[in-house]
Structures are given as C-alpha cells and as structure tokens.
Design a binder for this molecule. Structure first.
Ligand code: GDD
Ligand code: MG
Length: 344
C-alpha cells in the first residue's frame, strides 16, 4: 500500500494564516497538520507516503524531510505551478505503483483506513471514495450512490436543488494504479470534475464507503479553530493529545489558572493572574498579568499584554497584543501588532 497526500493548495480561505505557513502544516494543537494524516496512515500500516506539493514546498519538506523521524518514508512530487487535484496525482505517478490511498491534505478524521481498504479489496473495486454525511453540502462534492454503495454521480459544489443526496466526498480515495491512465500528463486536471466522471463513464467498479464518525475539513478559519477544540476535548478518537499542564510558575501573586483541556507549550511564560480556557498556546509565548484567553489558538512566540482579553480568535506567529485590548472573533496573521487598548 502507498499513499499520496494532495497538499499543494494555496489555502486562500485560511488567509492570513497561510501567507507564511502553507495550509498542510498550520499548527493544530501545536503540531503541523500533516502529522495527523501521517499518524492515521501509519495506523493502517501505510508507510510509503508521497506529498504532492506546489505552494511553498520548501517549508513542508523542511519539516518532514525523508520521514525517518516520523517512522515513515516520504517522497515529494512538486509541481512548478498548481496542476489541480488530478494533475497533482498524475505528477506523482512514479511513486504510485500499488493500490494507493489518496488524501486531501486538509482533512482531519479518525477514519479506519485498514477497514476501508479491506472493503475496497473485497469488492475488487477500481476506485473507492469515502463519504461523510453533512447538513449543508454546498461547499463540498456531493456523491450520489445506489443502494449497494456503487457511485452513480458526482456533483461538485452543488447549487441549491441540484441534488438530494447529503453524502459528500470526504477527500479520501482508494485507487488502483491503472486509474492514472485516465489522466493526461502535464495538464491541469481535476479528480472531482474529470477523473471521477471518466471512471463512471468507463463502467469501472467504483464504490463508496460511508464514514459516520469524526471528519472535518480544516480549510476555513472557523473549522481551523474547531479542529483544535475537537482535539483538545478528545472528540477525535484516534488522535490523543499530549498535555503538559501549566508551565512552572515561580513568581509571586495569583498563580495562573487553566481548565483541564487547554494545551500550553511548556516553554511559555504565564504571569500572575492569567486565565486560559479551552485554548492552545504555542511555544515561547509570553502571557502578561491577568490576561484572559478563551476559545482561541495562539501561535508561537506571541506576547499577550497585561489584562488583555482574547476570545474566539487566532493569533499568528510572533503576534503582539497590547495591554487591555479586547479582541473577539479575530484572525491575525504572523507578526501582527495591536496597540494597547485595541478593541476588535
Ligand atoms: N498538489 C496540489 N496541486 N494539491 C492541490 C491542488 C493543486 O493544484 N489544488 C488543491 N490541492 C489540494 C489542497 O491542498 C487540498 O488539500 C486538497 O487538494 C483539496 O483542495 P481544496 O481546495 O481544499 O478543495 P475543497 O475543500 O474546496 O473541496 C475538496 O474537498 C472536499 C472535502 O473537504 C473536493 O475534493 C470536494 O469534493 C470534497 O468534498
Ligand atoms: Mg478543502
């Protein structure tokens, strides 16, 4: 078994967070996101993984290198300019000689890949697509199936009334290597609009597997926050979170307080009277006296001023939030600086 992770998108919907950090490696509970997908693949004993990159590939290669530190073997297929999901698959052809799991590189899930691959093999499928039920299908690719789970139709980003189905493409496919023959080399191509319809037209055995447990596309600010909260609240079964408790406090005054779910990197400095609720704080942050952080994610090396109040927000790397600021529902890119008493 091999795996390909499509990780070359620009992450436009996650801007400004993705200006300096490509979406596949945005920190989720202080770990670059792709770690979660690599863990999931390892659990299914898939250790031959290709990362398909285009946007800021160097930053991703620097983190994962040849995969040795992660207990897997990682190859890279880099596009000079983005070729779309299908073109990216073709561009990785030389690394794909066996049955492959293809993953969108922005999906957080606890799906049981070994079970899904077994389902694919039992049915002697040429392709299997994992589906998840959602309430609002408009931002996804809807997949219509028959009662036996055979795929009938794909409707990418449907308009209202275009389909009645509520099962969407979860961004995970099991594909036999000959599926590569449906894709022209060196061209921009799409799984959703082109490869899947071609497989259907050819009458190949094309199945779906419905995953009813955890699944989330992390590609929008709200879902980025949600992914962090779901992990720290243990809502993602197969991804346990490592909590360090509070960093050591040796000062005088009221000791910092936190709930039992927040994750605070041990390298942070928390001053007296600080309160942290349902949040994630990255390495080397300094949280000044009586600042309060709730339902938020703070990236590395940020400084939160005295008595500042931060709610429902993401602060990018090396952010500076002035004292007594009150911010709610704000997404700040790296190196943002807010003056004292900001209200946002
Ligand atoms: N290498 C490479 N090159 N990767 C790409 C390219 C490209 O040109 N374009 C997109 N990707 C990667 C993105 O980085 C992402 O991980 C994945 O392909 C999917 O792209 P998105 O831009 O996030 O697509 P989407 O979320 O709108 O829709 C897709 O995912 C939905 C599930 O989250 C579709 O596959 C839908 O059908 C699906 O329901
Ligand atoms: Mg997406």
């Amino acid at each position: 078994m091999q795996a390909l992770i499509l990780a070359g998108g620009k992450g436009t919907r996650l801007r400004p967070l993705t200006i300096h950090t490509p979406k596949p490696v945005v920190p989720i509970v202080n770990r670059p996101f792709l770690n979660y997908q690599i863990d999931l693949l390892k659990r299914a004993n898939v250790k031959d993984i290709t990362l398909s990159l285009s946007y800021q590939p160097g930053k991703i290669e620097e983190i994962f290198s040849d995969g040795q530190d992660y207990g897997v073997r990682i190859h890279y297929a880099v596009e000079a300019s983005p070729l779309g999901t299908g073109g990216a698959y073709k561009n990785a052809e030389k690394h794909l000689s066996e049955t492959a799991i293809v993953f969108n590189g922005d999906v957080l899930t606890d799906m049981d890949l070994a079970k899904i691959v077994a389902f694919h093999k039992e049915r002697k499928a040429a392709a299997t697509v994992v589906l998840v039920p959602v309430e609002d299908v408009s931002a996804y690719g809807v997949v219509e199936t028959d009662s036996e789970g055979r795929v009938q139709r794909f409707v990418e980003k449907p308009k209202p009334g275009e389909t009645k189905a509520n099962t969407i493409n979860a961004g995970c496919y099991i594909l036999e290597p000959h599926i590569l023959n449906y894709v022209p080399a060196g061209e921009t191509y799409s799984f959703e609009y082109q490869i899947f319809p071609s497989i259907l037209k050819a009458g190949e055995p094309f199945y779906s597997y419905v995953w009813n447990d955890y699944w989330l596309d992390i590609g929008k600010p709200q879902s980025y926050l949600q992914a962090n909260f779901d992990l720290i609240n243990d809502r993602v079964q197969s991804h346990p979170v490592y909590r360090h408790g509070l960093p050591p406090f040796s000062g005088t005054g009221e000791a910092p307080k936190t709930d039992h779910v927040s994750v605070i990197d041990p390298s942070c400095t928390l001053k007296p009277g600080v309160e942290i609720i349902n949040s994630v704080i990255g390495p080397n942050c300094i949280i000044e006296e009586k600042a309060k952080i709730e339902n938020s994610v703070i990236w590395a090396a940020s400084r939160i001023g005295k008595e500042a109040m931060i709610r429902n927000s993401v602060i990018g790397k090396s952010g500076i939030i002035g004292k007594n600021s009150v911010i709610d529902g704000v997404i700040l890119g790296d190196k943002s600086s807010l003056t004292d008493y900001t209200i946002a």
